[in-house]
Design a protein around this ligand. Sequence first.
Ligand code: SF4
Ligand code: SF4
Length: 433
Amino acid sequence: MVETDTMDPTGTGSPPEPQAWPTATPRKRKTSFWTRKTNLPTYEVVGPLHRLDYRLLSNARSELNPGSEQYNAFYKMYPELEEYDKKLRPFVTEEQKERQKESLFGEEALALALNNACRIDHFLSREAEGPVNPRRVIMTPEKAARTIKGVARHLGADLVGIARINPAWVYTHSRVNTDGLRIGNPIPLDQPYGVVMAVAYHDFDMLLAGRGISLVGNIETDHIVFCLGAVLGVRMTSFIRNLGYNASYRGGRVQAVPLAVDAGLGEVGRAGMLNTKKYGPAIRLVTVTTDLPMAPDGPVDIGVKDLCRKCKKCAEVCPVGAITDRDEQENVRGVKLWPVDGEKCWRHRAAMGSDCACFYCLSACCWTKPQNILHWGIAEMVARSSLARTLFAWLDDVLYGHQPRQHKLPVWLRYSDEKPALKERISRFLHHV
Ligand code: SF4
Ligand code: SF4
């Protein structure tokens, strides 16, 4: 089960609710040259916003148990999806995924073992639901924000930001049984603040080998989301509850990407993922919602929309055409975005028996680079100059290739001691500078 970190994960939209959230009032944008903080969100609201039913996510639908109460309630609401989902369900059973994994990496016993050692979130989930301390610690919102961000970094978050939650980003119904909610229960709007943390992909050897549907992709995603992310989410939730406030992590109460934009972590890119200045889209988001009052961070303008208009690399490498290469954005449930066909993306993964994204869009992105002074310098220029964005998109093709190069498993994870071929060693070197 992987939460898809895109702004429009299903591409299907959701039925309108009686209450529509108001559109943003247009004001003049003011952006600080140094911090890139801006006074308006970097997505354009062009119509009424409606809350999304989390159960509409393709992978959430695949987890509904045929014949169960939740299954019947869901397909009574969305009968048009039942036939379609029935055909796909046999491809996404746990047994099918296991078979697929074994066939993909039958010879690679070390990688298979590491993958199977990745999921710790199930064991941690109980910890995320502890009691709230009756002795509440009182702080100013500014002090609370500083504390929460300090704790997030201490716990291992690579990026952290705080937002007051736009109710339109809160899902309508729960897709999991947690935090006192059962699948299908309405999600209350009782936690108005969001702590958004990002865990970055630091291991470039794994990232390069993870392109395409592969066990490495599974290992990396599971490692980042279900191990590092789970520890971060559970401990932050537990910390806030010990301060005497409510907090939720595993409920998946809120859409992570728009909340992360509001919290100033980055902007939405063409592939629907969050693009951050430092790590590009090579991150996974961990969100904790709470009623602890905190001073919010503002959004940032780092030039993502302009770069994505010029680059289009993710659209060109996507094997199933789920990402559009059009210049103009469209109205996607009230927000101007490049639409991403979440169903196509998920079907591609499901057909391969995999939970994880195929990594082509993520690893091809010209913003996904190893961390060094060269890339930090380029990212700062890209955030400020349209000319730098044009040059950057072109240079990335020249240096790293238009199509991502496929690498094999890192040497330490290969069963055989065979050394990588010269071509692969050169490619690895190029991707490390
Ligand atoms: S490149 Fe892969 S993960 Fe990205 S949208 Fe296409 S199918 Fe999905
Ligand atoms: S690959 Fe290019 S177009 Fe796609 S998200 Fe990255 S910068 Fe934007």
